[in-house]
Write a new protein. Sequence first.
Length: 177
Amino acid sequence: MALRASLNKGLTDELKLAFPSIVPVQRPEGGNVMIPDSNWVSGFTSGEGSFVISIFKSNTFTGFIVRLRFNITQHSRDAQLMQSLVNYLGCGRYVTRSENSNHGDFIVSSLSEITNSIIPFLKKYPIKGNKSLDFSDFCEVAKIMENKDHIREEGLNQIRLIQAGMNRNRNKNNKYS
């Protein structure tokens, strides 16, 4: 229980009542901030990364703007590791969340950084599992944006279709699953 109490959100209220004298195991701060190799980064991305496509209202020709974001979120105790991703990948930034949160994010939101750094890196060192499908969709939208097709109604609609089938919305009936 002491180990469980030291992980992430700790013990549930029910467990605290059942084990009132448990003291969480002291966890080392920071730890090893060395990134062992590129395959480790892709594995870390498979488990903790997110590929986000956002569509916002705008005063553009189509009335909308499309933004891509790649991010990895971790507890603030791993801030040094997350900051080392900026140097390792040569792009992005580390952002600490608000005072009420004990998390931070490695974020890449520049289309040029996504297309010139993140996508080539993850194609060379592929991620595994269902997240690879989201990465594939993310790449498709990046290609649409690079070709400037997202500023046309047809391209925007294609992006909406891809976005609607990503992440938790992925199902067998979606063309992009």
